[in-house]
Design a protein around this ligand. Structure first.
Ligand SMILES: [Zn+2]
Ligand SMILES: [Zn+2]
Length: 342
């Protein structure tokens, strides 16, 4: 009898640990959805990189085998050769900057190197029993316009000024600009330079590619196919049946990608340039019209070097981060102040 009661109690405990019998179906579904969403977000950057790597490779293949010879062979083989070098240059820069954007660590490290004044305040916080809410750690400065360190409860790290917690990456990001759903990661202090160059080259490749593909398809596809053949599932079906060539199918995939990737990346590139010009992040630029906004007193050249390093235009030729270091450390922000409107 006693052994039966033990079994029953154990089952009850197991039930309590495993799931709550009073938990609603909606609550269970929400938990399951949330855990699946986090898992898919964590791997989404590899999916998007894989997709765009295939698109870029397809564009390079089509450019080398069909598009460049079709448009430029009339000017001589040197011109064809030159255009192939340009296409390869854009391809390598796009892939390299994409990989560096995704792989560069830009979160606030656990062994965060805090200034001494913050260490003192931090010690006071650690000894405190009140762990409620995000606590501002004052640097002890008399200047109210100085930026402050904060404490992130989720990451349990002292977070430098201008860093923000990303609920998708689940990390605090140094000088967080925004979370980019296109590359599937946060853009922050260390990878912003690669992201800006990436948007530039994707915009170039999309617009130039689309212009060439449109003329090529008008000459070689439009006269021989009906309007329904431009609908991608039909194109794919007819490719499988042998009625549409591989080149035309690959070009159709590129048309369906470039019409949106060109304008989106151009928009991001211009917005990033404006934000860097003013020494702000995209997040801070969006808050320009609100009170207590951040302003940079640094010269424009400093703002660009803070993102790209010295001789910053060289980044457009190759990723120059090992030799051209960024100004600043992403933690201390001399010349960046809070402007109080009240
Ligand atoms: Zn955090
Ligand atoms: Zn993020």
């Amino acid at each position: 009898m006693s052994s039966n009661s033990t079994v029953i109690r154990l089952h009850a405990e197991e039930k309590n640990v495993g799931f709550d019998p009073n938990e609603s179906l909606m609550s269970k579904w929400r938990k399951s959805y949330e855990s699946n969403r986090r898992r898919s977000v964590a791997v989404s950057k590899y999916y998007s990189f894989g997709y765009f790597f295939c698109i870029c490779s397809a564009e390079l293949y089509c450019a080398f085998t069909e598009i460049i010879p079709y448009f430029y062979s009339q000017f001589g083989w040197e011109y064809v050769y030159f255009m192939k070098v340009i296409a390869m240059f854009v391809f390598i820069n796009t892939i390299a900057n994409w990989m560096l954007t995704v792989l560069t660590k830009t979160h606030v490290p656990q062994d965060n190197d805090r200034p001494d004044s913050v260490n003192l305040a931090w010690k006071k916080y650690e000894n405190s029993t009140d762990h409620s809410g995000e606590q501002i750690i004052n640097l002890g400065s008399v200047d109210r316009s100085d930026l402050h360190w904060t404490f992130c409860k989720t990451c349990e790290v002292p977070a430098p000024p201008r860093s923000h917690h990303c609920p998708i990456c689940e990390r605090c990001i140094l000088k967080r600009d925004h979370h980019c759903f296109l590359v599937g990661t946060c853009i922050g202090f260390y990878n912003q330079r690669f992201f800006v160059i990436l948007t530039f080259y994707v915009a170039i490749a999309s617009f130039v590619g689309l212009a060439h593909i449109a003329v090529y398809m008008k000459d070689t596809y439009y006269p021989f196919h009906s309007i329904i053949d431009w609908f991608f599932p039909v194109t794919l079906t007819r490719f499988v049946m042998g009625d549409v060539s591989l080149i035309h199918t690959l070009l159709m995939i590129q048309i369906y990608t470039f019409w949106w990737s060109g304008p989106v990346c151009l928009g991001f590139f211009l917005y990033q340039l404006i934000a860097i010009y003013y020494g702000k992040t995209a997040y801070e630029l969006a808050k320009t019209r609100r009170p207590n906004r951040i302003r940079s007193l640094n010269p424009i050249s400093y703002n660009f070097q803070s993102v790209f390093g010295s001789f910053w235009p060289i980044n457009f030729i190759f990723p120059a981060h090992p030799i051209l270091k960024q100004l600043g450390d992403g933690r201390n922000w001399p010349g960046v102040k809070i402007k109080y409107d009240v």
